[in-house]
Design a protein. Sequence first.
Length: 226
Amino acid sequence: MLIKDWMAKEVLTVDENTSLMRATRVMKENNIRKLPVVSHGKLIGIITDRDVKDASPSKTTSLDIHELYYLLSEMKVNDVMSTNPITMNKTDSLEKAAMVMLENKISGIPVIDASGHLCGLLSETDVMKGFIHATGIKDGAIQYVFELPDSPGSVTDVVKTIRENEARIISILTSYDDAAAGSKQVAIRVMLDNETQAEDLSVELHKHYTVVLEAKDELNNLPMKE
C-alpha cells in the first residue's frame, strides 16, 4: 500500500505571513489540528493547534480582550510554525508511514513530491483506513489464526488447503512476537460462498493445523462514543 492512494490530496494551507488569528480560525472552522505552510507551492513548515496554544497568552494574563485580539492579529504563522517538519514521499509505503508516526509520536505527515512541492497530507486516520481495507474485515471475511512452524513452505501448505476448499483469500498477516520459539502466528482472512463451504473448510483446517482462532467479526453494533 502506497501513501499516494490513502493521503488527502485536497489540503488546506497557509503562507508564512498569515496571521495567527486567521490560521486559528481556519483550523477551528474545518476541525483540523495542523496546517502545512507553503511558499510558491513548496512546503516550508507546519503549524499545529499545539503551536497556537503555546503561543497564545495565558488565561491569567492582565491584557484585556482588545489587547489579546490585537496581539493575535499581529503574530504571524512564521513566528510559531515548525520549520523542519517530518515529511514523506507519496511513493513511500503506508506501513513505513505508520512506523514514522509511531516513532515520532505524531498524528499526521505532509507528503511532498521530488521537487519539494506539497501534494498531500497523511493522517493517522488515513493509515487506519488503509490497514482496515487490507485486512478485509469490512468484507465479512472469516479469520483463521494458525500457529505454524517457522519453516519454508508452512504457509504455502495452508494456502493450498484453503484454495482446495474453494475459499478466496483476502489477506495474510504474519507475526513472530506472539508465537513460541521456532513458530509463527499467521492470520488469514477468507471468503466463502456459503455456510456449507465454511463448515467443510473449518473441519479440514482443524484436522491438519493448529488453529489458534476462528472467528468472524461482528460489525453491526460497534462501540461509538457519545
